[in-house]
Design a binder for this molecule. Structure first.
Ligand code: MF3
Ligand code: CO
Ligand code: CO
Length: 262
């Protein structure tokens, strides 16, 4: 086990990378419309990231062919942008990771495409977002990654949803993926991972409408739900501070998104 604790200089680098990743998601928002292709969104993000003196981390990462991940409806994560057009009523996750001056910022969010997203799909997106924030709220010195995972799992299950187990959050910094693994379900092994100031990691729960099981498509990347029901994911990159957390990938005006009744 070797979790890399970050220096003040590292944290400043991650702040800048995280903000650029957040700005990229914001830039994409008005372009997420029925009829647009995910390749067009990829191109916009790629150019925006380069224009800001950074690199899209997914491009060529273990052979990934594009600069962002776009995962639609029953796609869980790692969807590959293509010439497929978004439809009114789709739900879409866009996952952006940039490398700026050697540091990574990794964040994703759900977009509702058009005005015909079904209430049950919107509710899945909202509950997944609440799961992320309930996890974030557990981040403070003395707590463990188990507290984070338990808060996420409880809320997902209370709403009749399942939590994906095969993919997880991760330590991040000069590396895209480093220790620790941030599982989003309450695995007892997480009780040993105590949160310490200077740790930086992502929380990125994937919440399924149906069963938790996933499979990978023939393109070797796109992860889908086995039962083809919907999946939703939100992700932030954060640091453990002396008294809690600092989120590096907050969007403009973004505030905590917690359930109305806890
Ligand atoms: N951004 C994803 C994450 O949150 C990883 C994407 S890896 C890729 O960890 F190769 F698919 F891009
Ligand atoms: Co990501
Ligand atoms: Co991530």
């Amino acid at each position: 086990m070797s979790i890399i604790l970050k220096t003040e200089e590292d944290l400043e680098g991650m702040r800048i990378a995280g903000q650029l990743a957040a700005r990229t998601l914001e830039m994409l928002t008005p372009h997420v419309q029925p009829g647009v292709t995910t390749e067009e969104l990829n191109r916009l993000a790629h150019e925006f990231i380069l224009d800001h003196g950074a690199t899209p981390a997914p491009l060529n990462y273990h052979g990934f062919p594009k600069s962002i991940c776009t995962s639609i409806n029953h796609q869980v994560c790692h969807g590959i942008p293509s010439d497929k057009r978004l439809k009114n009523g789709d739900i879409l996750n866009i996952d952006v990771t940039v490398i700026k001056d050697g540091y990574h910022g990794d964040t994703s969010m759900m977009y509702c495409v058009g005005d015909k997203v079904a209430p049950y799909a919107k509710r899945l997106c909202d509950v997944a977002r609440e799961c992320l924030w309930l996890g974030i709220e557990q981040v403070r010195p003395g707590n463990t990654l188990y507290d984070v995972a338990l808060a996420i799992e409880k809320h997902a299950h209370a709403n009749g949803y399942s939590v994906v187990e095969e993919y997880c959050g991760h330590g991040i910094g000069k590396n895209f993926h480093e220790e620790p693994q941030v599982l989003h379900y309450a695995d007892p092994s997480l009780k040993r991972i105590e949160l310490v100031p200077g740790m930086t990691f992502t929380i990125e729960p994937m919440i399924n409408q149906g069963r938790k099981e996933t499979r990978v498509l023939g393109d070797q990347w796109t992860v889908i739900t086995k039962d083809r029901k919907l999946s939703a994911q939100w992700e932030h990159t954060l640091a453990v501070t002396d008294d809690g957390y600092e989120i590096f990938t907050l969007r403009e005006g973004e505030q905590s998104f917690l359930p109305q009744t806890a």
